[in-house]
Design a protein around this ligand. Structure first.
Ligand SMILES: NC(=O)c1ccc[n+]([C@@H]2O[C@H](COP(=O)([O-])OP(=O)(O)OC[C@H]3O[C@@H](n4cnc5c(N)ncnc54)[C@H](OP(=O)(O)O)[C@@H]3O)[C@@H](O)[C@H]2O)c1
Length: 333
């Protein structure tokens, strides 16, 4: 697989990563099976993926434990990105950016991941009660201590498209990034970017490109919608965030089918076995040399299919067709 370099410290990763979140969190939880997820991570590494994206809150904790079982055997092949700063409570998630907490969280992640160093340690969300410089300073000390190689900031709202996440052009995130850059270099930013969520293109992606900061594209498959495998009205499990997401009502999923149809048309031009998911990933890859999509899946065959998208090259005609697709319907406003 093509390699990409992210951040000033030139972190070297496969162009497509693996989002491990759906193996232990969020989507279709009844389908989460440890053994199959382990096979999925191994299959992704076999296919040239190196960046494994996890977080202490996925599970919570069980996703890191799962990734740790793979790292124990294949540490040298993997680039592990994990996150701190969000605590899962009863029915809600709260931010904690206190330095003492960050230090303890890192030690706990290292234990669960069965490694002595985390390649990319990301602040999952800034804590409104703690100046972000304080949290970032504590994370920088982890780099000095050799527990972490580089630092990243996540800018993905649980409800994408709300103010403060995408709709404001990521103004708030950029202000935060400018502040923490004064304390210690930001190696990567993780935020939503896909054919149907392009807000990051406006200011956040150029901000990263201009400063040599890598960009991990979260939700590059539109939480599964852009793959064309979800049926409008098919329903979601009650604890699946898509059950409450305005773009995933039966009506909006039906209204947004032209997006999937467009990706399908482009895929067909590249061969009968090329999928809309692969076109969606190739489009994200094409947004810049500093961009690494991290499609999430718990399934081996999809991990392999997604990895193969690294070699799909979209033509100018494909890009024009994708640019002309209708804007997605359904928002939080
Ligand atoms: N930093 C943050 O705050 C943040 C927020 C969200 C996500 N993320 C990261 O970004 C990663 C990706 O985002 P995401 O997982 O939310 O959304 P996504 O990658 O856009 O979509 C994931 C969904 O698509 C399905 N899927 C994957 N590949 C497929 C294929 N080839 N064909 C058909 N369906 C396919 C998966 O199904 P199955 O689950 O059934 O396999 C899963 O439900 C996450 O795993 C996580 O690591 C970070």
């Amino acid at each position: 697989m093509e390699r990409r370099t992210i951040g000033a410290t030139a972190l070297d990763v496969g162009a497509i990563g693996l989002g491990c979140m759906p193996m232990s969190w969020a989507y279709s939880r009844s389908q989460q099976r440890g053994d199959r997820s382990l096979r999925t991570v191994h299959a992704a590494l076999d296919a040239g993926v190196s960046l494994l994206d996890t977080a202490d809150m996925y599970g919570p904790f069980t996703n890191e434990l799962l990734v740790g079982r793979v790292l124990k055997e294949r540490r040298a092949e993997a680039f592990v990105s994990t996150k701190c700063g969000l605590l899962v409570g009863d029915q809600h998630v709260v931010a904690n950016g206190r330095p003492g907490y960050v230090r303890r969280a890192c030690d706990a992640s290292l234990r669960r991941l069965q490694t002595d160093v985390i390649d990319l340690y990301q602040l999952h969300r800034a804590d409104p009660e703690v100046p972000v410089e304080e949290t970032w300073g504590a994370m920088a000390e982890l780099v000095s201590a050799g527990k972490v190689r580089a630092l990243g900031l996540c800018a993905v709202g649980a409800r994408s498209g709300r103010r403060g996440t995408g709709r404001d052009g990521y103004e708030g995130t950029i202000r935060q990034l400018e502040r923490i850059q004064q304390v210690f270099p930001v190696a990567a930013v993780e935020a939503e970017l896909s054919v149907w969520s392009q807000e990051a293109l406006e200011r956040l992606l150029p901000w990263c490109a201009a400063r040599g900061v890598g960009f991990l594209a979260a939700m590059p498959l539109g939480s599964g919608f852009l793959t064309g495998t979800l049926t409008p009205g098919g329903g979601f499990e009650p604890d699946d965030p898509r059950a409450r997401h305005p773009r995933f009502t039966a009506e909006m999923m039906a209204a947004n089918q032209p997006l999937v149809a467009g990706l399908r048309r482009v895929a067909a031009r590249h061969g009968a076995d090329v999928t809309p998911a692969q076109v969606a990933l190739a489009w994200v890859l094409g947004r810049g040399r500093h961009v690494v999509p991290v499609p999430g899946t718990k399934r081996e065959h999809w991990a392999v299919e997604n990895a193969a998208a690294a070699s799909l090259r979209l033509s100018p005609e494909d890009l024009t067709e994708i640019a002309a697709l209708p804007a997605p319907r359904g928002s939080w406003d």
